[in-house]
Design a protein around this ligand. Structure first.
Ligand SMILES: Nc1ncnc2c1ncn2[C@@H]1O[C@H](COP(=O)(O)OP(=O)(O)OP(=O)(O)O)[C@@H](O)[C@H]1O
Ligand SMILES: [Mg+2]
Length: 578
């Protein structure tokens, strides 16, 4: 029997049944519809035949009914706002599936509700899972700002337990000191999403809270959902970042200083520990405007120091005027410093002239040999320093000046003050920051650097490429350098210019330097090694005694025990102070 015949022959039977009955073929085409079902569909039953089942029932899905070999029994569908449930039964002819038929059953309200309830239960389970697994904190309140629930993440982030807040309104919680501010209250007021930063006093955490209103059908807020994020860590990171930035800028300035120092090292020798300290001091002083008094023996580099300070300071683009108080005749010094008005003295320029304080306005004035400044001018200078104004000779009009003052001397100013050769008040006014440049003999480790530095300088100047024998370095280190760096510089210049040959050797040195070194070439022929060493030792001791005088100092200089020195001296028959 064919399916066609089967469906046809079933019709009279089906029409006699009062329940609505439908049958479809495997394509989903309606093949049978009894009278009751036709009424339900509001079409004549014969018109229903041949329609696709989906054109009649919105939510009916034939493809799920015959899914491969699987047959889906129960389905729900809707006809004109009514819901029906069906239990389909397969129709087979000799095991081959040819279609399905079902009795349509209108689902009652109760059925609807129970299935709705089931849906809600599933949803609520899902929602609970979502809320509790959220990494962000969630805080739910009703329209009165009363706390309904908080999730586990909220408890973790804030340290506040659910039972402490549930059931309480935000106003109450603020009052009892839990929070300083409430996002919920603002959401309820403003009726829109709000983000605030909140402090949790209990755990001293900082959190970011975003409150979102949930509206009911009437458009009123019925819940507020707050999303909570811990920013304590973020803040800490931010602080760390700021610190790093600060550190970076510090490193940058340090790097800049190192670069400048490298450049500076091409201009100057800053090798020894002591000079390093002096150099660092110069950089520090460059940043402030205080008056500096530079002291040190002749030729140690006082002027060099003043140049470093000026060239690193804010005034570096302004004039740097040097004046030697010793080099200018006393009667002219006055006009040099302060300037004069036209016709103020015979021999003066007719137009008048500005003094160095005026010329160096905005810049630095370096007063060299300040110890030589006559007492009368010391008074005037003091006034400039105190009032920051000068009066030209022959004028009564004061002129405002802005200079940084550096003064230098190789005299002992304090002693001069006590002998009343230098004004005490001026001394104190100048001595705001005292700087002492150490003599070269106190930074012997820099001597070889100085030698090569000046050798290069004068080779370049005179177009030579002379070299230096290492024994010269020994001799130079031994020598005391009363004229300090200047003397050393002059010595190298002289050697470069005068010495014959390419290599400057000890023979080129003047006598005073030669005697300070030991000549190993002295005759040791005819002596045993022991005798030769003994001779050498005696020479060393004699030279050391001359230089250091006491056995304690000699021991320190030669790096042996004091007792060793005493023992060796007595063996050689040399006497010395303890
Ligand atoms: N650190 C240095 N590196 C290179 N050259 C230096 C250094 N210090 C000093 N000199 C050189 O030594 C000479 C003397 O230096 P400077 O004129 O600064 O000394 P001073 O203390 O002012 O001497 P004086 O007391 O005689 O005025 C200069 O030619 C200077 O260039
Ligand atoms: Mg000088």
């Amino acid at each position: 029997m064919s399916a066609e015949v089967l469906f046809y022959s079933m019709r009279p039977v089906m029409d006699s049944i009062e329940k609505p009955i439908l049958a479809v073929d495997t394509q989903g085409t309606i093949r049978l519809c009894n009278t009751t079902a036709g009424k339900l569909i509001r079409l004549h039953k014969d018109d229903v035949l041949g329609l696709s089942v989906t054109s009649v029932f919105e939510t009916f899905h034939p493809q799920t009914l015959f899914r491969g070999t699987h047959f889906d029994l129960s389905q729900e569908f809707r006809i004109y706002d009514r819901r029906y449930s069906t239990n389909w039964a397969p129709i087979r002819i000799e095991k081959e599936l040819v279609g399905a038929f079902a009795i349509l059953q209108e689902t009652t309200e109760y059925d609807c509700m129970s299935s709705e309830l089931e849906r809600v239960k599933v949803m609520s389970r899902e929602l609970n899972a979502i809320i509790d697994s959220s990494f962000d904190g969630i805080y739910l309140t009703d329209s009165e700002s009363r706390t309904i629930r908080v999730n586990k993440a909220y408890e973790r982030i804030t340290g506040i337990k659910s039972h402490e807040v549930v059931g309480k309104t935000m106003k109450e919680l603020i009052k009892s000191g839990f929070y300083n501010e409430s996002a919920t209250l603002r959401v309820l007021r403003e009726k829109q999403p709000v983000t605030i930063v909140q402090n949790i006093s209990k755990t001293n955490k900082t959190i970011v809270v975003t409150g979102n209103p949930i509206f009911d059908d009437k458009g009123d807020i019925f819940r507020v959902v707050n999303n909570v994020r811990d920013v304590t860590e973020l803040n800490q990171l931010q602080k760390k970042l700021k610190k790093m930035e600060l550190l970076q800028s510090r490193y940058e300035t340090e790097l800049q200083q190192i670069r400048e120092k490298v450049d500076e090292q091409k201009k100057y020798v800053i090798k020894s520990k002591k000079m390093n300290v002096v150099y660092e001091t110069a950089l520090k002083l460059a940043n402030v405007d205080s008056t500096i008094l530079i002291q040190g023996e002749s030729g140690v580099g006082k002027e060099v120091f003043s140049e470093i300070v000026h060239s690193h300071g804010a005034r570096r683009k302004k004039p740097f005027i040097k004046i030697s108080c010793a080099a200018i005749p006393e009667n002219l010094l006055d006009s040099e410093l302060f300037g004069y008005e036209p016709g103020s003295f015979t021999g003066a320029n007719r137009k008048g002239r500005a003094g160095i304080f005026e010329l160096g306005h905005g810049g630095t004035i370096f007063l060299d040999e300040i110890g030589e400044l006559p007492i009368a001018l010391q008074v005037k200078l003091l006034r400039v320093l105190q009032q920051k104004e000068i009066t030209r000779i022959g004028s009564s009009k004061p002129i405002k000046v802005d200079n940084r003052i550096m003064a230098a001397t190789n005299r002992d100013l304090e002693k001069m003050v006590s002998k009343k050769q230098f004004r005490k008040d001026l001394f104190f006014r100048l001595n705001v920051v005292p700087v002492v440049i150490p003599p070269l003999r106190e930074r012997k480790e820099a001597i070889s650097s100085f030698i090569y530095f000046f050798l290069e300088k004068y080779n370049r100047k005179y177009g030579f490429s002379k070299q230096i024998a290492t024994e010269i370095i020994d001799a130079f280190v031994e020598y005391d350098w009363p004229g300090n760096v200047r003397e050393l510089e002059n010595m190298i210049e002289r050697l470069v210019v005068l010495a014959q040959g390419e290599i400057l050797s000890i023979d080129n040195l003047p006598g005073k330097l030669k005697s300070s070194t030991f000549s190993i070439a002295s005759p040791f022929e005819g002596k045993s090694l022991k005798e030769a060493i003994g001779d050498f030792e005696r020479k060393i001791l004699t030279a050391a005694i001359e230089k250091y005088q006491t056995s304690r100092k000699i021991a320190a200089a030669l790096g042996v025990n004091q007792s060793t020195i005493i023992r060796k001296a007595s063996r050689h028959g040399i006497s010395m102070r303890k």
